[in-house]
Design a protein around this ligand. Structure first.
Ligand SMILES: Cc1ncc(COP(=O)(O)O)c(C=O)c1O
Length: 484
C-alpha cells in the first residue's frame, strides 16, 4: 500500500501547506487531533470518513466512522488516543471508497473527490451533525433520560412558536399524536372523521384506533390534498372532524378548510407530519386547526429518531393532551387517574436531538429546496416526467420528498433501473381505498388512485448534488425512450 500514491494530481500544486476550502477541511483531521474531532467531522461531512494528515497537510491515511465507533465503544476516548492512531493506509488505486483524496506532488490533500455512485442512495436519511450529538450527550449526562427534562420543555415551546401557536405537547411519534388529538377532542365510537385517501396509512389508522370511522375521500387533482368542496360533500350528521394532510410538504388550502369546518361545526385536526415549515396565506400550517400533529420520524424534515408533537392554541386542550399523554394522571395529584390515558411521552434524549434540528430548520429546508431545484434543472428536457410546479403565492410549500409523476406503465422499469444503479426510488403511497385494511371504508378515489400508480419519490437528502440529480435524470431518459 502506498500512503501518497498516484492520486489524481491537480495542476499548479504548491509545495506550501495547501490552503483548502472549508468543505475540504471538513474531511481533514490532524494526526494530533483527538478522537472526537474525527467523529464530529465524520458526522458533519455526511460521508462518515476523514483523512488524517501531518502538520504540513501530507496524507497519513483515512479513518472511517465504523472504526471510530468501535473505539468509543471500547472506551478508547479515555486514553490519549489521537486521530493518527486511526489512520488506515489509503490505496492509490481505490475503486471502492465513496470519498477519495486528491493530493499535490508533495502528497498533501488539496481536495476530495466524492464518487456518489459507489454508495447506495436512499430516498431519505436523517441529516445529523455534531450539534445533535452534543445535545444528546448532554441529555444523557444530565441523567434526565425519560420524559421530564429541559429539552422536552424547550422543544415544545420553540416548536409551537415556529408553528405559530401557543402550546406544544411532545409525543412518542406522529401516529399517537393524531390519536392523542382525537382522544382529547372526545372523538371515538360512532363518530366519523374525514381523511384523504392519498396519505400515509397512519392518518387513517389513528382514527380507527380511536374507535371512530375514517371517511376516505379523494384528493384534489392539482393540490393532492383535501379541498373545501370535497370535504363539504362528505359531511354527515356523524362527522366530528376533518383531517387535512399536507402531503409531501404541499400545503392544503387551510383558510377555506378552517372556515368551512367552523361553519359546519366540526373540528380540524391538521396532519402536518410531512410539512414542517410550510405556509398557506402567509400562516404556518398547523396554526389553522384545533390541533395539529407532526411527526419527527427519521425521514422527516425535523427528526428526533421517533417522535411527534401536537400543537394547539387552546390551553384546556393542551392540558388535557398532557394529562392523557401521561396515563390520564392528574398533574397535581400523583397516581390519581380520572380517566384511562396512554403513555405517549417523548424522552428528553429525543427532544435533545430535536432542539438541535430546530436550530438547523432553516438550513434543512434550504437544503431540500436546493435538491428540488437540482431535479427541476436535471429533468428540464426529459420527456414523460412531470415534476410538481410552484402553485402561486398563497401556497408556500416545503419539500419533504421530491416527487415525480410518470406513465404508470413505466414506473416499475424506472424503479428497477435505479435500483441497478444503487439508487432508491419509492413509489408514492397507495390510495388507502385500494388496500385490504381499509376495504370497509373504501370509495372510488380516481385522483388518489392515479397518484398511487404514477408517482415516485426521488432521493431527497444532502447527498443529492446537481451531478447526482443529472445522473438520475439520465437513467429516466434512458428508460423512458426505450420501446415498451
Ligand atoms: C401523513 C403522515 N401522518 C402520520 C405519520 C405518522 O408518523 P410516525 O411515523 O411518526 O408515527 C406519518 C409518518 O410517516 C405521515 O407521513
Amino acid at each position: 500500500m502506498n500512503q501518497m500514491g498516484d492520486f489524481a494530481f491537480r495542476a499548479n500544486e504548491s509545495s506550501a501547506a495547501p490552503a483548502v476550502s472549508p468543505e475540504v477541511a471538513g474531511y481533514i483531521c490532524r494526526d494530533t487531533d483527538g478522537l472526537w474531532v474525527g467523529i464530529e467531522k465524520c458526522i458533519d461531512n455526511g460521508q462518515h470518513c476523514v483523512f488524517v494528515t501531518d502538520a504540513s497537510g501530507k496524507l497519513l491515511g483515512r479513518s472511517d466512522m465504523a472504526d471510530l465507533r468501535r473505539a468509543v465503544a471500547r472506551g478508547a476516548h479515555l486514553s490519549a488516543v489521537q486521530m493518527g492512531d486511526f489512520a488506515q493506509s489509503v490505496s492509490d488505486d481505490d475503486q471502492s471508497s465513496v470519498v477519495t483524496p486528491v493530493l499535490d506532488l508533495d502528497g498533501k490533500v488539496i481536495a476530495v473527490d466524492v464518487h456518489a455512485e459507489r454508495n447506495f442512495l436512499p430516498v431519505a436519511e436523517p441529516d445529523l451533525t455534531h450539534h445533535e450529538l452534543r445535545n444528546l450527550m448532554d441529555a444523557f449526562l444530565s441523567n434526565w433520560i425519560s420524559s421530564t427534562g429541559d429539552y422536552i420543555r424547550s422543544l415544545e415551546q420553540r416548536f409551537a412558536d415556529k408553528a405559530g401557536v401557543t402550546y406544544g405537547v411532545a409525543t412518542s411519534n406522529g401516529t399517537v399524536s393524531l390519536q392523542l388529538a382525537l382522544a382529547a377532542l372526545g372523538i371515538g365510537e360512532g363518530d366519523e372523521v374525514i381523511v384523504p385517501d392519498f396519505t400515509f396509512a397512519a392518518s387513517a389508522n389513528a382514527v380507527i384506533h380511536a374507535g371512530a370511522r375514517p371517511v376516505l375521500v379523494d384528493v384534489d387533482r392539482d393540490t393532492w390534498c383535501l379541498s373545501p368542496e370535497i370535504i363539504d360533500a362528505a359531511i354527515t350528521p356523524r362527522t366530528r372532524a376533518v383531517m387535512p394532510v399536507h402531503v409531501f410538504g404541499r400545503a392544503a388550502p387551510m383558510t377555506e378548510i378552517a372556515a368551512l369546518a367552523r361553519s359546519r361545526g366540526i373540528y380540524v385536526i391538521e396532519d402536518c407530519a410531512e410539512a414542517h415549515g410550510a405556509h398557506y396565506d402567509g400562516k404556518p400550517v398547523g396554526s389553522f386547526s384545533d390541533v395539529a400533529s407532526y411527526s419527527f420520524f427519521a425521514n422527516k424534515i425535523i427528526t428526533t429518531g421517533e417522535g411527534g408533537m401536537c400543537v394547539t392554541n387552546d390551553a384546556d386542550l393542551a392540558a388535557r393532551m398532557r394529562m392523557l399523554r401521561d396515563h390520564g394522571m392528574r398533574p397535581e395529584r400523583r397516581y390519581w387517574h380520572d380517566e384511562a390515558g396512554f403513555n405517549f411521552r417523548m424522552t428528553n434524549m429525543q427532544a435533545a436531538i430535536g432542539c438541535a434540528q430546530l436550530d438547523r430548520m432553516d438550513e434543512l429546508l434550504a437544503m431540500r429546496r436546493a435538491v428540488s431545484a437540482s431535479y427541476e434543472r436535471a429533468f428540464e428536457n426529459v420527456e414523460g416526467v412531470w415534476l410538481p410546479t410552484h402553485r402561486g403565492s398563497r401556497f408556500d410549500d416545503v419539500v419533504w420528498f421530491c416527487c415525480a409523476r410518470v406513465d404508470a406503465e413505466r414506473r416499475a422499469a424506472l424503479i428497477d433501473a435505479c435500483r441497478l444503479a444503487n439508487i432508491d426510488l419509492r413509489p408514492f403511497f397507495n390510495g388507502l381505498s385500494s388496500m385490504p385494511a381499509y376495504r370497509p371504508y373504501a370509495r372510488p378515489c380516481p385522483n388518489s388512485t392515479a397518484l398511487g400508480r404514477e408517482g415516485v419519490n426521488l432521493p431527497t437528502s444532502r447527498r443529492v448534488t446537481p451531478k447526482v440529480a443529472a445522473r438520475i435524470a439520465a437513467i429516466f431518459q434512458d428508460v423512458l425512450t426505450r420501446k415498451l
